[in-house]
Design a binder for this molecule. Structure first.
Ligand code: PEP
Ligand code: MG
Length: 572
């Protein structure tokens, strides 16, 4: 028995066998072949098998992750059938009487080296595509099975170094009870996908792949981030009970699904969901979301090799609006840069990317890119209740310029005879301290604010949200952060506007009493946190929480605030 701890990325408890997802042995040896034409036929058959396999994965991805996320597999299919790659391999087989695997490996490696050596980030990204495709095609040529998670037919917990989007998309939910990975954080791709697929997951485990043995029992506690390899019978029993309790608690919460979110003194607030794909919107409805408070559109732009077209974006935005059936959907325009790279955009390398060329700064600088997204959003607006917000606003001029771009795109569409809703709310994220401090001026211009505490805290404390070394300074409950939040909410209310929060803090049980007391109108969180938050809020009195928040605002340390909340507001 051995215990390990990582980052709890997706809630839930699972007990099953280890399924290690490791790199297969695809070493190729040079061979002289006598029947060159038979070798070429074999090579062409391997291409066909690879294409068929990728088509299958793409279809699965479409069902589990949505159309837009499945598009990455088209790039891989194009690569397998690339005439240059194929032609050069066949030529080698023919002229050198070389075995297909060795010939293809050599040609593919030349392409990889060529792309990797290029300055252009877009081409460097293509090297990764060829590597992926090379692995698949070689597995067919060599007859070596890839450890393919879609072929699993018994209950397992997948253990891997990391999971790519294609790995995650291929997970069969019937049998894969959870996954744990060596690397990754709560906002890594695999973690975000796990939450929307509702598969318990722990990431950032260090060396769990090296520690685990295929087939041994493992316990995964996605509530605490604990993994137990080779557990005792008593531990299995204990966690089985914990799992049953967790499932029962989730089921009991379902009765709140269609209820309004009301404090015990009759004050209503809104609980909405953060989503990354149109599929997530369906999960949000199932978890009782009263709307979408943050649709992170950048996922539409990731894991592909070119910008999504206006039509592709329109389809995605329309799907989310329709899924929410008239409930408000706050869509955030592209927030790229910082930790979210888009290699094909060729953003400059910066020493301080979080303080650099990102989000609205990129969009205002690249009007065609921005205009495409705005047009797609506006076209979709007639299918539901759309609110648009701009990320990383630091100055009033930026907000005004972004709003102007939206109004121009609207005028353009109307001139083309394309209908656009006329009740679209236009807001901004408050995630830069200047915007919080200047909220009274911004409040005159916006329809609403959404506080992005994930960034606001890191900028206010000058503590990188990704750095473990300074994590002690990343203090959501610090009175200085609470004061910034209060400034935003008060400024909005004085101007008759509303304020939401879409940073992780909005779904944090310790923060909720304080935020309620500060007067937050809308709490946007992972869909799976909504019902628990609704229950918590039903036990709280807004009046009492206002007193609690006032007390917290005048404290000196985060620890004092935490103790205050724990002692007064979380006793159920
Ligand atoms: C935030 O900064 O709080 C936020 C919601 O945006 P992201 O986490 O995508 O930066
Ligand atoms: Mg942010």
């Amino acid at each position: 028995m051995a215990n390990f701890n990582g980052i709890a990325a997706s809630e839930g408890i699972a007990v099953a066998k280890v399924f290690k997802l490791e790199e297969p042995n695809l070493t190729v040896k040079s061979d002289q072949v006598t029947d060159v034409e038979a070798e070429i036929i074999q090579f062409e058959a391997a291409i066909k098998k690879t294409v068929a396999e990728l088509e299958k994965i793409k279809e699965k991805a479409k069902m589990s992750l949505g159309e837009a996320n499945a598009l990455i597999f088209d790039a891989h299919i194009n690569m397998v059938t690339d005439p240059e790659l194929k032609g050069q391999t066949i030529e080698k087989i023919r002229t050198d009487s070389m075995n297909a695997a060795f010939a293809f490996d050599g040609v593919a490696n030349q392409f990889i080296a060529m792309f990797e050596g290029m300055d252009n980030a877009y081409f460097r990204e293509r090297a990764a595509d060829i590597k992926d495709v090379k692995k698949r095609l070689l597995s067919h040529l060599l007859g070596v099975a890839l450890n393919d998670p879609s072929l699993i037919d018994e209950a397992v917990i997948v253990v891997a170094h990391d999971l790519t989007p294609s790995d995650t998309a291929g997970l069969n939910r019937q049998f894969v009870k959870g996954f744990v990975t060596n690397i990754g954080g709560r906002t890594s791709h695999s973690a975000i996908m796990a939450r929307s697929l509702e598969i318990p997951a722990i990431v950032g485990m260090g060396a769990i792949l090296e520690e685990a043995t295929d087939g041994e029992q493992v316990i995964l506690d996605g509530l605490t981030g604990t993994v137990i390899l080779n557990p005792t019978v008593e531990q299995i029993k204990l966690y089985e009970e914990k799992r049953v309790d967790f499932e029962a608690m989730k089921k009991a919460l379902q009765q709140l699904k269609d209820q309004p979110t009301m404090t015990c003194d009759g004050q209503q607030v809104e609980l909405v969901a953060n989503v990354g794909t149109p599929e997530d919107a369906k999960g949000a409805v199932a978890h009782g979301a009263e709307g979408i408070g943050l649709y992170r559109t950048e996922f539409l732009y990731m894991d592909r090799s070119e910008l999504p077209t206006e039509e592709e974006q329109f389809v995605a935005y329309k799907a989310v609006l329709e899924a929410m059936q008239g409930k408000p959907v706050v869509v955030r325009t592209l927030d790229i840069g910082g930790d979210k790279a888009l290699p094909y955009l060729q953003l400059p390398h910066e020493i301080n990317p979080f303080l650099g060329y990102r989000a609205i700064r990129v969009c205002l600088d690249r009007q065609p890119l921005f205009n495409t997204q705005l047009r797609a959003l506006l076209r979709a607006s007639v299918y539901g209740k759309l609110c648009v917000m701009f990320p990383m606003i630091a100055t009033l001029d930026e907000f005004k310029a972004a709003k102007q771009a939206l109004l121009e795109a609207k005028a353009e569409l109307l001139a083309e005879g394309v209908p656009v809703a006329d009740d679209i709310q236009i807001g901004m994220m408050v995630e830069i301290p200047s915007a919080a401090i200047f909220a009274d001026q911004f409040a005159k211009e916006v329809d609403f604010f959404s506080i992005g505490t994930n960034d606001l805290i890191q900028y206010a404390m000058a503590a990188d949200r990704m750095s473990e070394k300074v994590a002690y300074l990343y203090q959501p409950y610090h009175p200085s952060i609470l004061r910034l939040i209060k400034m935003v909410i008060d400024a909005a209310h004085q101007a008759g506007k509303w304020t939401g929060m879409c940073g992780e803090m909005a779904g944090d049980a310790l923060a909720i009493p304080l935020l309620l007391g500060l007067g937050l109108d809308e709490f946007s969180m992972s869909a799976t946190s909504i019902l628990a938050a609704r229950k918590q809020i039903s036990h709280l009195s807004k009046k009492e929480m206002a007193n609690l928040a006032n007390e917290a605002l005048n404290m000196q340390t985060m620890e004092e605030v935490v103790a205050l909340v724990k002692n007064t507001a979380t006793t159920f």
